[in-house]
Design a protein. Structure first.
Length: 301
């Protein structure tokens, strides 16, 4: 079977065993068969072993109940791993399609190639994060055009809207910053290492936000009223993991978030135009009103 098929099986096994219901071995086999994978028990056991060995995800077996389950405390968060496997599967799909013929690109449209700017630094940054080595970065500020040399202790690589960012402390301080790789002109690993802040999870900075601005506001309840059509888009592609439909009818839905309503979240709300209204908090609704008033002034001459 192709690598793409194996990756898809891994994804299905992880999703099946990471939910609140813990399936038996046969139920996992049946689930795979329902999805078009008719494999032997031996192959399934080998898949479970490979998931454990390659991704440090322990699929635990309960002898008393004869069931299987995943605890995220045992390794990589399953949502992150599933996303990673989806990326691998897509790459493998294109690779296999290209082998079948060189006309693949006639049928596929990608976003502007500018999105790829800076990805040549990914491998270097991953090595620096893994080995706890500082990096020297020449960074360009888009607004001012100013070039600044930073010494960064990198903690995390973060993807957002098809672009990559490095997150870490700067210039031997405990001040955290996020840098877009597309704004980096040069980068090199330094010989100097750094000691990460004890018990700090860098991903926690972005838990309660949309995008990259992680410290401007307090976490609070935000309620959004959207049209029935817009609600379908939000259900298909949630703005944040805390998104929850409070109520809905044929014309509108009320959707709740537990979030820091930062600039990037506001931008996403404004993109929905007349199909979305902030119900609470009032201060956030007032900020959006001011933005819309200023926008209207820009069109009145």
């Amino acid at each position: 079977m192709s690598t793409q098929g194996t990756i898809k099986r891994y994804t299905l096994i992880i999703q099946k065993t990471s939910g609140p219901y813990h399936p038996t071995f046969k139920e996992i086999l049946d689930h795979l068969e329902d999805q078009g994978f008719n494999i032997s028990p031996r192959t399934l056991q080998r898949d479970i072993d490979q998931i454990r060995n390659e991704f440090q995800i322990e699929i635990n077996y309960n002898r008393l109940r004869n069931t299987y389950s995943i605890s995220e405390e045992d390794g990589m968060p399953t949502e992150t791993l599933v996303r990673f496997l989806e990326v691998l599967g897509t790459a493998e799909l294109f690779s296999e399609s290209l082998k079948e013929g060189n006309d693949l690109l006639n049928f596929v449209s990608f976003e502007d190639q500018g999105n790829l700017k800076g990805i040549e630094f990914l491998k270097t940054i991953i090595a620096a994060v893994r080995n706890k080595r500082k990096i020297e970065v020449n960074h360009v500020n888009f607004e001012s055009g100013k070039r600044t040399l930073y010494i960064i202790s990198p903690y995390l690589l973060k993807e957002y809207q098809s672009r990559w960012y490095v997150f870490g402390t700067i210039n031997n301080t405990n001040t955290f910053r996020t840098f877009g790789l597309d704004r980096i002109e040069s980068l090199k690993i330094m010989k100097e290492s750094f000691k990460p802040i004890k018990d700090l999870d860098p991903k926690s900075f972005f838990e309660d936000v949309v995008g990259l601005v992680y410290s401007d506001y307090d976490t609070e309840e935000v309620v959004l009223k959207v049209s029935a059509v817009q609600a379908k888009y939000l259900k298909a592609l949630p703005l944040h993991k805390s998104q929850y439909v409070v109520s809905e009818n044929e014309t509108e839905s009320h959707i709740r978030f537990i979030i820091k309503p930062n600039f990037e979240f506001m931008q996403r709300i404004l993109m929905m135009a007349e199909r979305a209204t902030i119900i609470k908090p009032k201060w956030f609704a007032d900020e959006i009103k001011q933005v819309l008033k200023q926008t209207l002034k820009n069109y009145i001459k």
